[in-house]
Design a protein. Structure first.
Length: 669
């Protein structure tokens, strides 16, 4: 027996007065007159669960498949609105062929936009299309004009008073010539019948950030080591005096580890030993003491007024202060006494300190995100961000966000950016890929990456192709760091000056955002605490250091040249047009970036062998780059200023690490 397919029906039990074998049913069928289908909308993340990311001045290019049964014409529009606006605006989508549609919408304000797609059968255009074919075939169109007149009359009912007069007149005396003419078509098309339109069930979103979310150069320093004298503790005023140096290097973000009071209990001494010396300054990430917690400054650094002065002076030089936010507490933090439920108690009554077995961090208490008092904990932590925003900070580097609840970050970042859309968050999340990506989806503006441990050409190419391709590129913005206070990679330990040069150029040209921990980087700090570890000997995490910034072997000149190239060349300010090129030597890595209009092209070639000169032949796809195939083009070296002319796609490359580790050149047609 063949049973006809049935729509789902909601059955209701027997009701008074009905026959016992009858059932009352509720028809749950959707409105079958809505005939347009919308599919495969891009961009979107996890079926619209998370917003995509752009920066102000970008355009949002939205595509969708939209079609209907039969041969009717359809109209498709992109719907969008900014922030809390109630009214939707619309941009007509262009047919690309094969039922694919596209619209491009400029993003002129920072904040959050919503967007969606709507489509409907365009009965007027369908009718005109068929009428034109009938007229061309010299058929009788008397009845067809009556159908068209009804469509025009319907538009008149939806029109404004002035246009309604025009449409009613046209409907009363419609001719084929008038129906097919542009004047009447423009008026009727302005008042479509959208009563049966299809709209996405869920609107999508895009977060629009300031330009620094995509293009930034970070310099990290410990303010307690900013004093030129080895005896006194560095201060905010010392950091102000250091600003001309940071500006000279070309950095636009100055990042400082936590500046809050440091706990006294279980303080760590030099090289992470247990301290017995009351003069040891402790670890800045052991936050909180008698002078306050996360919303206070370490008294030896100065006052909150001194900090605000630093923020203001930096901003005058085009530098933003980025502050480290570490959600953990020392045993002396006021919250330990005031909110004991925010921490995890052990069976013996003590509070659980931080561990990464076998390592123990008795000077740090993690927060318990499963606390019964979690709402107050969330409010307290979000209040930390809001306090520092009130002091002028708009960029935060967040310590180990992957060890805190995902739900907290989604709520906190959304809540803060609703009021302060200019604020940016960098995730220090050296963790598993899916966790890193989840944090980016939840709202982090940038993230640390695995760049530090991608050390050969094949791995670097594979990793960059992952980061610069959808869907990852729609929500994850990498920030490349060749070193941090926690990470002194083996390449830097053993590769000498060439390693520092090569890793700097790679970080700064592969990624539009990058940073270095200085002055350790420019001064070539390369000695590990123990063989086989990535810990620095005499790390600033545990002690104050004094740096000789004027050492003749400093990389400051190279760093300034690289950062100048980044500022001067739009090609290096985005990751969207990265292209790797074939070169017949596995120790050499070659790639180009170009500006959106293709007029600015930067070629970078790096020698990944820090000991041995390497040569190879680079194959450039000249036509794809917009360079002449049959005549010379100019090559300007941005690191030494030399210029030459080359012809053809095969370019010989030679890099001796004893002289230079990389080429960064401007290709000019």
């Amino acid at each position: 027996m063949h049973l006809a397919p049935q729509w789902p029906l909601c059955a209701v039990g027997n009701t008074q007065g009905s026959l016992p074998w009858k059932r009352q049913v509720i028809d749950t069928r959707p409105d079958g007159r809505r005939r347009v289908v919308i599919e495969t909308v891009t961009p979107e993340i996890d079926f619209g669960r998370f917003p995509v990311k752009r920066v102000v001045g970008d355009v949002l290019t939205v595509e969708a498949d939209a079609f209907t049964d039969g041969h009717d014409e359809i109209c498709v529009v992109l719907r969008w609105r900014w922030g809390e606006d109630e009214e939707w605006r619309e941009t007509e989508m262009e047919a690309l062929g094969n039922d694919r549609w596209r619209a491009v919408q400029p993003l002129e304000r920072i904040g959050r936009y919503e967007y969606s797609v709507s489509a409907w059968v365009d009965h007027w255009e369908t009718w005109r299309h068929d009428l034109r074919k009938r007229v061309d075939a010299d058929q009788d169109v008397t009845v067809d004009l009556r159908i068209g007149a009804a469509l025009v009359a319907g538009a008149a009912q939806r029109a404004t008073a002035r246009d309604a007069v025009v449409l009613r007149a046209a409907a009363s005396d419609l001719s084929a010539a008038r129906a097919l003419g542009p004047e009447l078509d423009a008026v009727v098309a302005s008042y479509p019948d959208r009563s049966l339109e299809t709209t996405l069930d869920q609107s999508l979103a895009v977060t629009v950030d300031p330009e620094r979310a995509r293009f930034s150069a970070w310099y990290e320093l410990f303010p307690r080591s900013a004093s030129p004298d080895p005896q006194p503790h560095g201060t905010f005023r010392d950091v102000i005096a250091r600003l001309p140096y940071v500006e000279e290097l070309g950095f636009d973000v100055l990042y400082m580890p936590p500046i809050s009071p440091i706990g006294m209990q279980f303080r760590k001494g030099p090289n992470n030993t247990s301290s017995t010396n009351p003069e040891d300054p402790g670890v800045p990430w052991a936050i909180g003491g008698p002078d306050g917690g996360h919303d206070a400054v370490h008294p030896e650094l100065g006052t909150i007024e001194d900090f605000r002065a630093l923020v203001g002076e930096a901003r005058k030089r085009g530098i933003e202060i980025a502050l480290d936010i570490a959600f953990q507490a020392s045993p002396d933090h006021p919250w330990v006494r005031e909110h004991p439920d925010w921490f995890r108690a052990r069976p013996d009554g003590t509070i659980q300190y931080a561990e990464n077995p076998p390592k123990k961090y008795q000077d740090i208490y993690p927060f318990d995100f499963e606390s019964r008092d979690w709402r107050a904990l969330w409010d307290g932590l979000a209040g930390v961000f809001r306090f520092w925003i009130s002091q002028g900070v708009t960029i935060f580097r967040v310590d180990n966000p992957h060890t805190k609840a995902f739900a907290f970050w989604e709520w906190a970042i959304h809540d803060i950016k609703r009021d302060h859309p200019e604020v940016l968050f960098l995730a220090e999340a050296f963790t598993r890929p899916k966790v890193m990506y989840r944090l980016a989806k939840l709202g982090f503006s940038q993230s640390y990456t695995y760049f530090t441990w991608r050390n050969n050409a094949a791995d670097l190419r594979e990793y960059m192709e992952e980061l610069t391709s959808p869907p990852v590129s729609e929500f994850f913005r990498p920030n490349f760091w060749p070193n941090t206070p926690d990470i002194l990679h083996a390449d830097l330990q053993t590769g000498g000056r060439a390693a520092f040069e090569a890793r700097l150029v790679l970080a700064a040209t592969l990624s539009s955002s990058y940073g270095i921990y200085g002055p350790a980087y420019e001064l070539g700090e390369a000695t590990p605490r123990d063989p086989g570890t990535e810990e620095y000997l005499d790390s600033e995490k545990y002690q104050q250091r004094t740096w000789d910034l004027d050492r003749p072997d400093s990389l400051r000149e190279l760093i300034a040249l690289v950062n100048r190239a980044r500022r001067d060349h739009p090609a290096l300010q985005s990751n969207e047009r990265l292209r790797f090129h074939s070169i017949d030597n596995a120790s050499l890595l070659a790639y180009t970036k170009n500006s959106p209009d293709g007029s600015d092209i930067i070629l970078t070639v790096v020698n990944l062998d820090f000991d041995t000169p390497q040569e190879g032949v680079l194959e450039l796809g000249l036509e794809a780059l917009g360079l002449p195939v049959d005549r010379p083009f100019q090559v300007v070296d941005l690191l030494d200023g030399t210029s030459t002319r080359l012809t053809g796609p095969a370019i010989p490359i030679a890099l001796d690490p004893a002289e230079r580790a990389a080429h960064v050149v401007w290709l000019k047609a």
